[in-house]
Design a protein around this ligand. Structure first.
Ligand code: M6R
Length: 607
């Protein structure tokens, strides 16, 4: 939700650093963008509506500048337009902001009473005016930041330039991420590591209640008592190429192609030869009587798959909750509850708030997180890292897949500890696990088959996904993937529930994608497919090799996708691949902006 970048250096190349940094942060929002730079001792602001390419076109590349801040926006307060784009400037203060100032209306009123006039509809301009007012009173920048921190409520990361000190950048944060990256004779600020990877791999994490002053040669971080803190310097260990497209047309396609590697990297952290390794390498789960899985969006859908597996094979009750609901309701967690927070970014505001609530209620917490050292990873009692690497496409694919695998590993661990996996099953399971990367590759290689099915679907306004149990959980992810990038209305329904209302929407040629991989209830779902087929639906049937043998007759579907059969713990990991590629191909046929769908952002750091 909004991306921030900052540069200060002996070189005069702030313009190109800011633009390159912002381009890699566009996944955080792309409603508008802007920069503020030191232009011969004066602060020059340039803004544009839309993405970074629009901003870039407005810039005079010849301008030399040794300091600047930049911002790419995902609008919260005030519509996406030029005046609301960041940076904002009031008096001596110019700043960019990621987050939400919750009490901005009250602050705005009192600032207006003191004579401040506002030009925008944003909460950020209010923070900027407040900072200007306090700076006028104190003439002390650290004290100003501290006082502002005490007065504003909500979440923020702020990068600030004071007009009377154009050699330094200033920064502070609470609940929105901010890193300070370290170069030679130049230093950087950014919302996330990919923004600085082409310049350096060394960075430090700014924590809440810390204030930073950054110039070309020094980075100083102070605590709330203005005592200087010695910060740990971290080194980014992922590959730089992951942050680039590697020749693929879209990040989404590149990331789907990363999936075989991601799956292998994720399970190899825990198991290679036997299931006992899983117990040794994962936190001890034996002491919990029940599990709550809390997440948003696709991570929530991964939780639904996890619930099916954990309940069915490890025999423990699991509730899956949307973080935005969980944080405001009664949850009945206690010290025998394990609350699992699933999040790619580790920064999702609702999931972070849910984590804090679970901790307050004395539940143990475990994060399943992709971004190392993100807020949830740091605050949870324990963390398991999905090894998806940097995911840039707003629509998640490889991170979702690694979340599903991690939950499957938890189910296997529990089932093994409970004695529900025999040594013959253990051997088969390990073999099946090691075959997964190859099987996923073979599905990805069938892209053309899914592209031709996409041609049957892309012109529709509505698509239905149906399934039961784990196949219903997959239907929900398939529908989300399709709707978010193709803008086709897509609805997932539990197959048995259709006849209680929704079947009235089925008419001649209504597309229905029916998923049947669970052998125990296949018959029942096929009866439901026949019900929609009888009413004219155009059915794409997705099933496994072994079920395909059993249901070879074609009277209840128009086309089918057969995925390899694998171990019950891993089937979802294969079945979802055609759904991801189908959504991709449909969006491509419709000419949509696949990596950056409208109104969305990759990391949702607002409530
Ligand atoms: O970073 P998170 O995993 O916490 O994000 C949660 C959702 O916002 C996310 O999964 C979203 O639904 C996906 N981008 C959809 O593809």
């Amino acid at each position: 939700m909004c991306g921030i970048v900052g540069y200060v250096g002996k070189n005069q190349n702030s313009l190109s650093v800011l633009i390159e940094g912002l381009k890699s942060l566009e996944y955080r929002g792309y409603d508008s963008a802007g920069i503020a730079i030191n232009n011969q001792g004066r602060i020059k602001i340039i803004k544009s509506v839309g993405n970074i390419a629009n901003l870039e076109r407005k810039l005079d590349k010849k301008i030399l500048s040794n300091l600047g801040i930049g911002h790419t926006r995902w609008a919260t307060h005030g519509k996406p337009c030029l005046k609301n784009a960041h940076p904002h400037q009031v008096g001596k203060v110019t700043l960019v902001h990621n987050g939400i100032i919750e009490n901005y209306e009250k602050l705005k009123k009192s600032l207006q009473d003191e004579g401040y006039k506002f030009k925008t509809d944003t909460d950020t301009e209010v923070a900027c005016a407040l900072m200007d007012k306090i700076y006028k009173e104190t003439n002390d920048k650290l004290l100003t930041m501290q006082k502002v921190k005490e007065m504003i409520e909500g979440s923020y990361a702020l990068a600030i330039i004071f007009a009377d000190d154009i050699k330094n950048l200033y920064a502070m944060r609470k609940d929105s991420p901010l890193i300070i990256a370290l170069g030679k004779d130049e230093n950087y600020l950014a919302s996330d590591v990919p923004a600085i990877l082409q310049f350096t791999d060394k960075y430090i994490l700014l924590e809440k209640n810390e204030y930073a002053i950054i110039n070309a040669l020094n980075v100083k971080v102070y605590d709330n008592n203005f005592k200087e803190i010695k910060k740990q310097i971290l080194t980014y260990e992922g590959s730089r190429e992951v942050a680039m497209k590697n020749g693929y047309e879209h990040f989404m396609l590149k990331e789907i192609n990363d999936e075989p590697m991601v799956i292998k990297a994720t399970y190899e952290q825990f198991i290679n030869k036997n299931l006992k390794e899983l117990i040794d390498n994962m936190p001890d789960l034996a002491k919990y009587n029940n599990i709550d899985i809390v997440a948003c969006g696709s991570a929530y859908h991964a939780g639904l798959v996890g619930k099916s597996l954990i309940e069915e094979y490890a025999n423990i009750p699991v509730k899956v909750e949307l973080a935005s609901e969980y944080r405001y309701k009664k949850n009945f967690g206690n010290d025998s509850t394990l609350t699992i927070l699933v999040s790619q970014s580790g920064e999702t505001a609702d999931t972070l708030a849910a984590l804090r609530k679970a901790k307050k209620e004395k539940s143990a917490t475990l994060g399943i997180i992709n971004v190392v050292s993100s807020s949830i990873a740091r605050e949870a009692d324990n963390v398991l890292y999905t090894k998806a690497g940097a995911e840039i496409s707003v629509a998640t694919t490889k991170a979702y897949l690694s979340q599903v695998l991690m939950l499957a590993l938890i189910a296997i661990n529990k089932a093994f500890v409970n004695g529900n996996i025999s040594s013959k099953e253990e051997k088969d399971l390990l073999e099946d696990m090691q075959k997964l990367p190859q099987e996923i590759t073979s599905l990805i290689n069938r892209k053309d088959e899914f592209a031709s099915i996409a041609k049957q679907i892309y012109h529709n306004n509505d698509v239905f996904f149906i399934g039961r149990g784990i196949d219903y959980a997959l239907s929900r992810e398939g529908a989300l993937k399709l709707k978010e990038i193709s803008y086709i209305h897509a609805e997932a329904y539990a197959a048995g529930e259709l006849k209680h209302g929704t079947i009235s929407l089925i008419e001649n040629k209504t597309p229905v994608i029916a998923i049947v991989t669970d052998e125990t209830i296949a018959e029942k779902t096929i009866s439901n497919i026949k019900e929609v087929k009888a009413r004219g639906a155009d059915v794409t049937f997705i099933t496994t090799e072994s079920l395909n043998k059993k249901y070879a007759q074609s009277d209840f579907y128009d086309r089918k996708i057969v995925v390899p059969s694998t171990n019950k713990f891993f089937q979802a990991l294969l079945t979802i691949i055609p759904l991801q590629l189908l959504a991709y191909e449909v969006a491509k046929l419709r000419g949509e902006n696949i990596d950056k769908p409208r109104n969305l952002a990759k990391s949702v750091t607002v409530e």
